[in-house]
Design a protein around this ligand. Structure first.
Ligand code: ADP
Ligand code: MG
Length: 168
């Protein structure tokens, strides 16, 4: 599609209300959006909660998309998908959630504003981001920081297990 040229990676996570279904629904929503070309997506990953331990396990995945939307418009679209799946925002960043959609990488863009920081500032610390990302894009680079694969050894001790393939 014309104008769809930057590779964009989206991180998906859920630990409430049947998380596998939340992730699948979100991928379908991306696939059905006329503003988005869903190109690939990882398997499901089962992840132990970080930060605040007394909550259910997460299901995580990463999707590769292309889009003509500017980054902030894309963030709003992702937030509208979260809202449709009844995401409630609380003050606790690590609280349980039905759906979290984050922009991880947006072509070679580097930006940091109050609403949006790309590449996602915490992605390199999270096995549940790096492993599904490397599954679909083994050679992927992070603008300004080099190969994602170089960061994987630092997160390998985290509990995160690859599960089944996602069938949309
Ligand atoms: P988190 O994803 O850290 O658990 P939220 O999903 O509640 O928390 O996001 C909080 C805010 O993070 C959003 O309102 C959004 O403006 C901001 N944000 C900054 N950078 C990004 C990004 N790369 N992807 C998604 N949201 C981002
Ligand atoms: Mg988020």
């Amino acid at each position: 599609m014309a104008g769809f040229n930057k590779d964009i990676y989206i991180g998906l996570g859920s630990n409430l209300n049947q998380p596998h279904i939340q992730i699948k629904k979100a991928l379908r929503a991306l696939n059905n959006s006329r503003f988005i070309d869903l190109q690939d997506y990882s398997s499901y990953y089962i992840t132990a909660p970080m930060g605040y331990d007394d909550q259910p396990y997460f299901i995580n995945a990463v999707a590769k998309i292309q889009s003509k939307l500017k980054p902030l418009a894309l963030l709003r679209l992702l937030q509208s998908i979260e809202a449709r799946q009844y995401r409630k925002r609380t003050s606790n960043q690590n609280a349980p959630r039905t759906l979290d959609l984050d922009i991880l990488i947006h072509g070679n863009l580097q930006c940091s504003t109050s609403k949006l920081t790309i590449p996602h500032p915490r992605m390199l610390e999270r096995r549940f981001v790096l492993e599904p990302l490397l599954e679909i894009a083994p050679a992927v680079m992070i603008p300004g920081l080099g190969h994602v694969a170089n960061y994987f050894p630092f997160v390998i001790q985290q509990q995160c297990q690859r599960s089944e393939r996602i069938l949309l």
